[in-house]
Design a protein around this ligand. Structure first.
Ligand code: HSE
Length: 434
């Protein structure tokens, strides 16, 4: 018996999937039993780097999700609609889903998984977070014995490429972004990547698997990397840090110590000590560090995007579904399902306790450092490091401070007071430190 897949989308990922399915030898022994039944595209006339028989390819995407011969719908078209509606229709028709669509899962996972549970079908999403890195299966299965306390990741390749270039070449953000766009590492509209939306989608998915509760995207605190300058990268280096866009998810420390099970989930540029395992992940590479009991620390790294890497994850999911269908055709394998029913309680960002980095421009007058120290002290913010550079321009001095671990709430109050100091010119950058 062969299993038929209907592929929605024949872009970079769809072509990667088709190529693996057309060339099964030397890979998993189940692959020859998997056949491309239908392929849905937006435009039939586009030249493509993969040979698909004209009888298999169609621009009628609904026909694929309604096709009785299709067992598994592989959604690799991206975007919210029509992808979401097609996934739900396919589930309604009893088809299993393999998707690479983080945006749909992060926003509509609730509806999709509820429908899938009712129908007894699989929704597989290894490719939806960190492309080729097998982190979803690790969270669902291989780390199942662990109580996860923290998941931290470089989950966006575009921003990691930009920040790596800025770190190694001292280049500015705008010039590096423009170059990344020319080289195809950043989209013409880079918003989803550089403003952290893509990373937040992936963190919603990873955190819900790590901590066992659904996560609402809008609860995730998010900041992008546009405010990072070459000056910040230079100071970070001088202080023994690099700067990465990190997704951070962990159990929040309870203020009252009475079983508060809220989570802290945030995406923001972060100063990372140079010896941290994620500090040396450069270029478009992604990495995820998971801390659990009893395993301790595990770090996964690899390609987070691209045709082959993402197709590797998609095809692994197809193989898993086929294996499950062969061995237990009338039951759902619990290790492959999604059992979350409740939403996680997310701690407000004001409750975060972390170190901060701030770069301040002040008038170059006596007493400035004293004023700063007093304002921080008044709000219980202790400083770890302070750097002052000679006048930068127009009689202004640049001062960089790194705090000890303090509450976000106290730090922001101190910063509000500092902005009002007569000696203060501006505060161009505030970042968190891991
Ligand atoms: N735009 C994403 C990134 C790749 O830069 O990581 C797809 O998730």
């Amino acid at each position: 018996m062969t299993y038929k897949v209907g592929i929605l989308g024949l872009g970079t990922v769809g072509m990667g999937v088709a190529k693996i399915l057309q060339d099964p030898l030397g890979r998993h022994p189940l692959l020859p039993e998997i056949e491309i039944g239908r392929v849905g595209v937006r435009s039939l006339n586009k030249q493509r780097d993969v040979a698909i028989a004209p009888t298999v390819i169609t621009d009628d995407l609904e026909a694929i999700v309604n096709d009785e011969t299709v067992d598994i719908v592989v959604e690799v078209m991206g975007g919210i609609e029509p992808a979401k509606s097609l996934i739900l229709k396919a589930i309604g028709n009893g088809k299993h889903i393999v998707t690479a669509n983080k945006a749909v899962i992060a926003r509509h996972g609730n509806e999709i998984f509820t429908a899938a549970k009712q129908k007894g079908v699989y929704v597989m999403l290894e490719a939806a977070a960190c492309g080729g890195i097998p982190v979803i299966q690790a969270l669902k299965q291989s780390l199942g014995a662990n109580r996860i306390s923290e998941l931290t990741g470089i989950v966006n390749g575009t921003t990691n490429y930009i920040l790596s270039r800025m770190y190694f070449e001292g280049a500015d953000f705008d010039a590096t972004l423009a170059e990344a766009q020319q080289l195809g590492y950043a989209e013409a509209d880079p918003t989803a990547d550089v403003d952290g939306y893509d990373a937040a989608d992936k963190m919603a998915i990873l955190a819900s698997l790590a901590f066992g509760d659904r996560v609402k995207l809008e609860d995730i605190y998010r900041e992008g990397i546009r405010s990072i300058t070459s000056a910040d990268i230079g100071y970070a280096k001088e202080l023994g840090f690099t700067i990465k866009l990190l997704g951070i998810a962990k159990r929040a420390k309870s203020k009252s110590n009475n079983n508060d099970s809220s989570l802290e989930i945030r995406v923001h540029p972060t100063l990372l000590p140079i010896q941290h395992p994620l500090a040396n992940i450069h270029g478009v590479t992604n990495a995820v560090r998971i801390e659990g009991d009893p395993i301790g620390e595990v770090v996964f790294s690899g390609p987070g995007a691209g045709s082959g890497a993402t197709a590797s994850a998609v095809v692994a999911d197809i193989i898993n579904v086929v294996a499950a269908l062969k061995s237990m055709p009338n039951q759902v394998n619990q290790l492959m399902g999604c059992s979350h029913e409740h939403y996680a309680k997310i701690a407000p960002i004001a409750d975060t306790v972390t170190q901060f980095y701030a770069r301040l421009l002040t008038h170059d007058k006596p007493g400035v450092i004293g004023d700063l120290g007093t304002a921080f002290g008044k709000h219980s913010v202790s400083l770890n490091a302070i750097l002052q550079k000679t006048t930068v321009h127009d009689g202004l001095a640049e001062i960089v401070v790194v705090t000890q671990r303090v509450s976000e709430c106290n730090f922001q109050k101190a910063i509000a007071a500092i902005r009002e100091l007569p000696t203060m010119h501006s505060i161009p950058t505030i970042l968190r430190v891991l």
